[in-house]
Design a protein. Structure first.
Length: 291
């Protein structure tokens, strides 16, 4: 196993906030301030649209209200198509984390067309946080659920999840290993007896457990309670269902391996199950080593 995937990358140094002048703008800025303090990060505010004097003065008023330092942070106003413009700014500014508000669930038509936040999550090259219910007084992230799949990105994702857990003094982190029974069924054939198939399954699951244990042995979990659970079912759907049923405050997943398109919403990629009906705040971790 390549150890580089289990070594923690540096915490987010530059965070971009997608700003829209909506009723939730104050809550988004409050969450941004919380992130700035938790990670000692530089904050970039991105607004796509006309830079009117009214909006400029209003945003400056809000930033002053939430005690943002003018010298440390910056505001970028640009015209253009929202998704492409935000993505371009993030790449030009070498952003580590993009933050945007997102409704838990959208109409079927809007889901297939894609909202700005969901389009960003499918295309961004940096990590992304989707806030489903931002508040003026940000909630404590007591319960975090994180992907524990057998993937080269998983070590880095779990490492970041633990950094969030320590920063927010979370009570517990649940690492979910999703067992796709449809894939295990492919091991069945006329050449294998049922007993042999059972043994092969046991070997595969043991290998996954050993990889996850190795990842955890390389990560400082502090005093955070860490639970590892294996659940049978469709990857993406299973972990989203678990997060909802257990009232998780944050779901942490690997970023997609490729850019997703509308076909992934008809024939879902794992991540689409979470995007279709967000169970809570969603954090997608992108490893720049994977780009």
């Amino acid at each position: 196993m390549d150890a580089k995937h289990q070594l923690p990358e540096k915490v987010f140094n530059k965070i971009a906030i997608a700003v829209a002048f909506s009723p939730r703008i104050e809550a988004i800025l409050a969450e941004a301030k919380n992130l700035e303090e938790k990670f000692n990060a530089e904050i970039i505010f991105i607004h796509v649209g006309k830079q009117s004097l009214e909006h400029e003065q209003y945003l400056k008023h809000l930033l002053h209200r939430f005690h943002f330092d003018d010298e440390k942070n910056k505001i970028i106003w640009q015209n253009g198509i929202p998704v492409e413009t935000i993505l371009n700014v993030c790449e030009e500014e070498n952003v580590d984390l993009l933050v945007a508000g997102a409704l838990e669930k959208e109409s079927l038509l809007k889901y297939f067309q894609g909202s700005v936040a969901r389009k960003l999550s499918r295309k961004t090259k940096c990590s992304m946080l989707m806030l489903t219910d931002p508040t003026i007084k940000p909630i404590q992230l007591k319960k975090i659920v994180v992907e524990g799949s057998d993937h080269s990105k998983t070590g880095n994702t779990i490492s970041h999840a633990m950094e969030w857990a320590k920063a927010y003094q979370s009570e517990e982190v649940n690492i979910i290993q999703e067992t796709d029974l449809s894939k295990l069924a492919l091991t069945r054939s006329d050449e294998f007896k049922e007993v042999e198939v059972a043994k092969l399954k046991a070997v595969l699951l043991k290998e996954e457990d050993e990889k996850l244990n190795y990842i955890l042995s390389c990560i400082d979990c502090g005093n955070i309670k860490v639970n590892v659970k294996r659940i049978d079912g469709k990857p993406g759907y299973v972990i989203s269902k678990f997060a909802r049923e257990n009232n998780a405050d944050l779901l942490v997943l690997n970023s997609p391996d490729r850019k997703l398109n509308i076909l992934d919403r008809v024939f879902p990629h794992d991540i689409e199950f979470a995007l279709a009906d967000l169970p809570c705040n969603l954090l997608l971790i992108n490893s720049k080593d994977e780009e």
